[in-house]
Design a protein. Structure first.
Length: 199
């Protein structure tokens, strides 16, 4: 599954696989490295592994490295931050990562518990390819969706007549909810949600 960018589903399988190096790295990933330097170390490990792989595996491994670098950035300062920013820029210029929209979407990967200002609650599980499983709480209704890029915005459409605009701020997932979808982008969002990453 990781070859298709489905890291949420693929990591547990990799952790049980026969490739000992890949399995160990997947287990570290599942444990969730702490903020900052440990996240950079995790990204470095995926990037090092990518160097020995063919085009498709290398693409996904580089995306995983980019994911951890982006998670680390808010917690870095000075030279450490500059080094990671330079590393990300280098990855974006490689042939395997020319698909800039996919790279940006991958930063949202993970499971998020979201609380909206109108008291609605949802759980979003997002994979590195932009696939989304949305669960409406507490009833447990599930809807599939996909993240897309429109200009500089990352959008989520669950095919329910509404539209969500997502961005990351301070490690939290911020969601502007447009209802109906036609009010995006000129109208104000009807409500806003704040998501916390679950580990």
């Amino acid at each position: 599954m990781f070859l298709q960018g489905h890291w949420v589903q693929g990591l547990p399988l990799l952790a049980k696989g026969s490739d000992t190096k890949l399995a160990a790295l997947a287990r570290q990933d599942l444990d969730g490295p702490a903020e900052g330097p440990e996240q950079v170390t995790q990204g470095d490990a995926w990037l090092e592994l990518a160097k020995a792989e063919g085009d498709t595996p290398r693409l996904q491994l580089e995306r995983r490295a980019s994911f951890w670098y982006r998670q680390a950035l808010p917690y870095l300062t000075g030279l450490d931050k500059a080094k990671v920013e330079k590393r990300l820029k280098g990855l974006e210029k490689t042939p395997s990562l020319k698909e800039r929209p996919l790279l940006a979407v991958a930063a949202f990967e993970g499971a998020w518990a979201v609380q909206y200002l109108n008291e609605a609650r949802r759980k979003y599980t997002i994979d590195a390819a932009g696939g989304v499983a949305a669960e409406l709480l507490p009833e447990g209704t599930k809807r599939p969706g996909r993240l897309t890029r429109r200009n500089s915005d990352v959008l989520l459409d669950l095919d329910d007549g509404n539209l969500d605009r997502l961005h990351l701020r301070g490690g939290q997932l911020i969601i502007d909810h447009f209802n109906p979808a036609s009010t995006y982008p000129k109208g104000p969002p009807k409500t806003r949600g704040v998501g916390v990453r679950q580990r």
